[in-house]
Each structure stands twice: as C-alpha cells, then as structure tokens.
Design a protein around this ligand. Structure first.
Ligand code: SF4
Length: 370
C-alpha cells in the first residue's frame, strides 16, 4: 500500500467541516488535525448534505457531529447466527475501492464522514459494559468504513482505546485492510484493544481490493501490533472461490503460525455475500460467474455444499496453524452443524464469543436459526 503521506496527497481533494462540528471542542480538534495535513483544503459548510456536487465523491472528507446513535448491536443477518458483536460508527464511508463493497448499496452519501466526537461512543460502551460486568463485550469500528484509513490523521481510535482501557470485559476492535497502524503502537494504556485485519490472497487483493495493503504488509502490521502489546484478529472475509482455491488461502493461513500463541484473539471466516442489487457493480469480475443462491436474509451466497466445503477446508488449515478460536460470520445453524457439528455456543472455544450479550440498546437477544 502507498505510504500514508502519499495516500493523503493522492486520495483526498477536499475537507469540509459542518457548522455543528466547528462549534464543538472535538470538531475543532479534528479541524486542526486536518489543517496540518491538508492546509488550504478545509472549508466550512452548514451541514453534511451541503457538500457541493463536484465534491460529492470519495475524495472528500466531511468532519461532522455525531448523527443518531453511534453505538449498537451488529445488525446481523436474518436467519443467520449472530456473534453478539456491537458496532460503533467513527468513520462512515471508505475510498479503498473494493469491487465487492457492500456499502455501495447501503450508503447514499459518497464523501468520507468523520464523526469527530468520541464521547457518546465511549459513554455507551462504558454503560453497556458496567451493566453486564460478568460478560465480555466485543465492540468494533469498521462496519461502515475502514477503521484506520483516516485514523492516523484524526486518531479517534486512540481516544476510544484509552477511554475504555480500564474495563476488563471490553474487547474494542478496529478493523482494517490497510497497514496504517503505527500511530496506535505507543498508545498507553491499551486495555484489551484488538487490532484486526481482513485477509485475502494477493491475487484477490490486487484484482478486487482497490488500494488495500497486500497480505504481507497487513501481516507485517499485525506483527508490529503484537510487538507493541496488542492482541490481533484476522477476518477471512469475504472468502472468494477462485481457481487457486484452496491453495492461495492455505499459503496465507500458514503464515499465521508465526504469531505466538495467545497473540491472535479470534479469526472469522465469511464467504462472499451481497444483495442482488449489488451484482451489477461487479458483474464483470470472474467470481461473479459462480452460482449464487438467495439465502434467508435476502443476500446471495454460494450454494450451501460449496460453503460447507470452503469452511471445512479453511477451518482445518487454521487449526493446523494456530490455536486461536475460529468462527463463521453470518452463517446458518444448518451450516454450523455441518461444519462444526454443533451450534457455536455449545462449543467450548466459542462460547465466550457467542454467548448473548444484552446491550439494552436493541431489545432482548434471540437465537435465530434456519
Ligand atoms: S475496505 Fe471495506 S469499506 Fe472499504 S471499500 Fe473495501 S469492503 Fe468497502
């Protein structure tokens, strides 16, 4: 991946700050940080939607106040087992440019939004964690944008890592396809923060993941995080079946054996899935020629026997490489039974991840099964 200073030069044309943000202390701090990187590019606008037409693209950054509730349960997926993840929105939008990016169908505003005030996020995490001191709360940024693409400038993850570091039952996770981690290394205290990397073999990275870092650079960034005292996580998501499957994935997975025992907090696997409306966006890609079927949440996935084969092969390779817990993301109970032999909360190594955690924000938890 290009250096961070090159990314800032080549991929950001304009920065706007809304009136609401410029009235707040965190908003003004974010403006100062933006001015230090993009001097002369920062302009004021009344509100987020007032970005001029010619800057309504992913080369524009908008610093704004927090809109709505920035903390909540991962929406999960109807008919698929949920891993009790909670999400926070810090950076909304992304310019990495993955061909399969599901956000292309969800977000109706192209510029990258920085919700500069982390206080509501920290308060919400603290309230949920202290209400359930006996449970582990996994919460992460990265649901609606890459967690670290703009973070070396705005440093919102640092505020959150430090703001929840004293809570023993909080695992705060940042997720990225970049190797822009160096600003996180000196943070003290780190608490139980987990720095997570999506992983795919390089032929997929170069064809389908835009300007993302190649796998070796992500693994090298993960190693730096471990050296600095973090646990790391890896997400094989989306897994794409190419002619080189499973070889390319097995080669990548073997590299995880280089991480010391205990350094990897968890690993997830998720085969490619997308709403039918998104298929037009990547209809030219070779992987789009595979057969996909509608599943219970309306998304298209590989046929179940293919998913089962993919997960079984990768699970076995991962078990050979690392003792870290490995789970499937957004999969049906049927598939859990076929790949793991049981539902995840019955498996000793996954019980901690899949035990229900009621946040108080979204009603009681219920298992959904297919
Ligand atoms: S890194 Fe994630 S959010 Fe960014 S373009 Fe790729 S899939 Fe979308």
């Amino acid at each position: 991946m290009i250096s961070y200073s090159e990314f800032c030069k080549q991929h950001v044309d304009a920065v706007y700050v809304t009136e609401a943000a410029s009235r707040s202390v965190p908003g003004r701090a974010a403006v100062d940080r933006a001015m230090a990187v993009w001097p002369g590019a920062v302009q004021s606008i009344q509100f987020r939607d007032a970005v001029p037409e010619h800057h309504r693209n992913q080369r524009t950054v908008v610093i704004d106040e927090v809109r709505g509730n920035p903390y909540g349960r991962c929406p999960g997926s109807n008919g698929h087992l949920c891993c009790n993840y909670h999400t926070v929105d810090l950076y909304i939008g992304c310019s990495i440019g993955c061909t399969y990016c599901i956000m292309n169908g969800y977000l109706n505003f192209a510029p990258l939004v920085v919700q500069a005030d982390t206080e509501p996020v920290i308060s919400a995490i603290r309230a949920a964690a202290t209400a359930h001191p006996d449970r582990d709360l996994r919460v992460g940024s990265g649901e609606v944008g890459d967690s670290l693409l703009l973070d070396p400038v705005f440093r919102l993850n640092e505020e959150i890592i430090q703001g929840v570091a004293d809570l023993p039952n909080v695992r705060y996770e940042t997720k990225t396809k970049t190797d822009y981690v160096d600003h996180l290394l000196e943070i003290d205290p780190k608490g139980n923060a987990v720095i997570a990397f999506s992983l795919n073999p390089d032929p997929i990275v170069s064809a389908d993941e835009g300007i993302a870092a190649v796998a070796a650079d992500r693994l090298s960034a993960a190693a730096r995080c471990v050296d600095a005292g973090y646990q790391v996580a890896f997400h094989f998501d989306p897994i794409i079946k190419t002619n080189a499957f499973p070889h390319d994935y097995q080669v990548l997975i073997e590299k995880l054996a280089e991480f010391p025992a205990g350094a990897i907090a968890w690993i997830s696997m998720g085969t490619i899935r997308f709403p039918p409306s998104l298929k037009d966006a990547f209809v030219e890609r070779p992987f789009a020629r595979e057969e996909f079927v509608p599943t219970q949440d309306g998304k298209l996935r590989y046929l179940q026997p293919i998913r089962r084969e993919i997960y079984s092969i990768l699970r076995s390779a991962l078990a050979d490489a690392t003792p870290a817990p490995v789970y499937m993301c957004m999969e049906s109970l049927t598939l859990w039974r076929r790949v793991y032999g049981d539902r995840p909360e019955h498996l000793r190594e996954l019980r901690g991840i899949f035990s229900p955690f009621s946040s108080g924000h979204s009603g009681p938890f219920r298992w959904r099964s297919s």
